[in-house]
Ligand binder design. Sequence first.
Ligand code: IFM
Length: 457
Amino acid sequence: MIDPKTLAARFPGDFLFGVATAAYQIEGSARADGRKQSIWDAFSKMPGRVHNGDSGDVACDHYNRLDEDLDLIKEMGVEAYRFSIAWPRIIPEGVGRINEKGLDFYDRLVDGCKARGIKTFATLYHWDLPLALMGDGGWAARSTAYAFQRYAKVVMARIGDRLDAVATFNEPWCSVWLSHLYGIHAPGERNMRAALAAMHHTNLAHGLAVEAIRHVTPNVPVGLVLNAHSVIAGSDSAGDKAAAERAFDFHNGAFFGPVFKGEYPKSLVSALGDKMPAVEDGDLAVINQKLDWWGLNYYTPMRVLDDARQGAEFPATQPAPFVNPEKTDIGWEIFPSAMTDLVVDLYDRYELPEMYITENGACYNTEVENGEVNDQPRLDYISDHLAAAADLISKGLPVKGYFAWSLMDNFEWAEGYSMRFGLVHVDYETQVRTVKKSGKWYTQLAAQFPKGNHRAG
Ligand code: IFM
């Protein structure tokens, strides 16, 4: 563990420390005040999709405990809160009727943050697509991109005046590949054509939303949050290195390419172009608008080997073994320097604006003992990754802040409640919150900011 004061001294005085959550993972109250179902409400009820049949019906009951949870953030002394807005609370059927009561909740949320001096970083889409839109094909349908644009407009018109930043999407990799190709997340598709359609329509929706946001709230910095993969070849062989490059194009280039360069990676188009939906005239220009910032969600590297089997589908890779045998309780390899290398590589490849680490954290399922949660491994994980973030700053990269994932334990998607990522422990029976050792350490660290008590740069 690194002493918080020593670590703090490696960051500029205006570096932002925050915590992050997402609507479906914490809010609960799935049927309250006019909210309709999202694809995750439906998916989590399907047998075998989510561990233990868990769902976000109650989650952390944040919808009813909003003030208590905002007080917790305030007490933790962090400066910013990254949260997401549930589309099915705002436009319950995805299109059509606007639900004022849903907007009221986020009004209270942003007012509550402002009253407590907490900066607000909103994400418009963290995977809870209104279920009604699946009738048209969900993200596989182009019309969903336009529905999203309208939703973005509605949200910004109501709460945009109190947002410090807004992101269109959280981790399109998950809502595209993990959800439409690998079948792990809602809607659970395993189909390349559907996945490629979701890819293009998500990218288009991002661009359309950027236009809408800039129109309604021109002063709110707009960005996109990507779980860019640190793709590392499993060996120095030419085959594995080429595989890593293909994997980069598929996992990262599918989003970074159109958004930051105005084009899909050539390798992806040449391998899969015949399965892609129509990219209409003007789409790439809409997608490729300059952003004010981007967010990186980083947890673990992706190690790959060439999959030389005949007919292996692009990117034709298979997983390579971990280099560091140490992993978190969800089974992810711990490798902080991969985050540094990834960010350097991304700034080499693309013209990127300034960035935040919008998510980083670790799964350890440590329970409460005598009123304490001794999650030293999480604390070590976070301090080592913050040291990697400080390395980036020393190299001159524009890293402006760090958001720990997550404020509190929550519904971990297909893993249900079995995997805990919080700085704060949640007892799901009683909804009692207990700040973990890592949370207390994070508070000590945040307490060093923004006091300008160390040199800038
Ligand atoms: O819980 C998720 C979050 O919703 C998105 N990023 C990764 C986290 C841990 O899996």
